[in-house]
Design a protein around this ligand. Structure first.
Ligand SMILES: NC(=O)c1ccc[n+]([C@@H]2O[C@H](COP(=O)([O-])OP(=O)(O)OC[C@H]3O[C@@H](n4cnc5c(N)ncnc54)[C@H](OP(=O)(O)O)[C@@H]3O)[C@@H](O)[C@H]2O)c1
Length: 307
């Protein structure tokens, strides 16, 4: 099969598009002919070797965890899927090795869900990691109707999902982004605010009583500013910085469930959630997609279209 392979730790320049063996599959797994996947910052963090303590890897490896495609084989222990089913999901393994930048990937049933017919393949391949992260982060800090929630890096992959899910729950949403992304956030019903020097003062003007909850997808002083602005520390979550626990805030690593994927799929069917695509690349151009992601300025998602 055609796949993007990282033979040694490094950056985008190390990625090779090549013919590889099919991924190994067990009786409890399905084989998926991929239609699309997406680039997430964690892919190149693992690729650099810098994340090896949290995400062990075995080189050479195929990067990527977002999956979307059609089931072509069903293991003998799998009862709930059939050949031909259209699915999407997040297929992280304990050791990064057989990722999703490839024509085929494998999944255990709990990692995937049926793709809603109305969800296009690019969106299905871009949604799982960021969508589940946003959902679980908002759950962790109890975001509900009537809350005011502050989302840091609101125009990125996770932020764009968090803004929409929080709005769907009936929350007021304040989102940090640079000025060029403010209209983008307004289109989702969020109130944009510029990050950087003076953020705390701008927040105090916008939300004098402070936000009820905050989600940090940016790092730096985002959690400290959220708390200084009035958010209770136990209603603040960072997906970037584990050290925020010292401030009484939460940090977590998302993990997929079929139920969360179904919730996201339901929101897309109800037109409460869309997956804005910044750019779509063929698999051959995965290195360009990594370079774009590494700028840290992506609006929405970067998709790798496979077929
Ligand atoms: N813990 C977990 O389970 C988990 C899960 C998913 C992601 N993550 C991590 O969460 C982070 C975000 O992921 P992502 O996929 O959303 O990234 P992304 O799509 O690459 O984020 C890009 C966005 O970040 C914004 N941004 C950059 N610096 C900012 C700052 N200082 N303040 C506010 N916004 C800023 C940019 O907006 P402008 O262009 O306007 O600057 C851009 O729209 C990454 O570090 C990722 O590894 C963790």
């Amino acid at each position: 099969m055609k796949a993007v392979v990282l033979p040694r730790y490094g950056g985008a320049e190390e990625l090779e598009v090549t013919d590889t063996p099919m991924p190994p599959r067990g009786p409890g797994e399905v084989l998926i002919r991929q239609r699309a996947t997406s680039v997430n910052p964690v892919d190149w963090k693992i690729g650099s070797g810098a994340a090896a303590e949290v995400f062990p890897a075995e080189l050479p490896l195929i990067p990527g965890w977002d999956a979307a495609g059609v089931i072509t084989e069903v293991g003998s222990d799998v009862t709930d899927y059939q050949v031909g089913d259209e699915v999407f999901g997040y297929v992280r393994r304990p050791v990064a090795k057989w990722g999703t930048y490839a024509e085929y990937t494998t999944a255990e049933p709990w990692m995937i869900a049926r793709k809603p017919a109305s969800l296009d393949w690019d969106s299905a391949g871009a949604l799982p990691l960021v969508g589940v992260t946003a959902l679980q982060a908002l759950d962790m800090v109890g975001v509900q109707e009537g809350d005011t929630v502050l989302v840091h890096a609101a125009s990125g992959g996770v932020g764009t999902m968090a803004v929409q899910i929080a709005k769907a729950r009936g929350a007021r949403v304040i989102g940090t982004a640079s000025a060029r992304n403010h209209d983008y956030l307004r289109a989702f019903g969020a109130e944009p605010v510029e990050y950087g020097d003076g953020l705390l003062e701008r927040l105090r003007r916008l939300v004098p009583d402070g936000p009820d909850a905050a989600l940090d997808a940016a790092g730096g002083d985002a959690v400290a500013v959220s708390i200084a602005a009035g958010a209770a520390p136990d209603r603040v979550v960072s997906i970037v910085d584990p050290s925020v626990k010292e401030q009484g805030a939460h940090h977590f690593l998302m993990n997929v469930t079929t139920e969360d994927l179904q919730t996201l799929g339901g929101l897309t069917e109800a037109r409460r959630l869309t997956v804005p695509i910044a750019e779509t690349y063929p698999l051959d151009k995965a290195a360009d997609a990594w370079r774009a992601s590494q700028t840290g300025r992506t609006r929405g998602k970067l998709v790798l279209r496979i077929s």
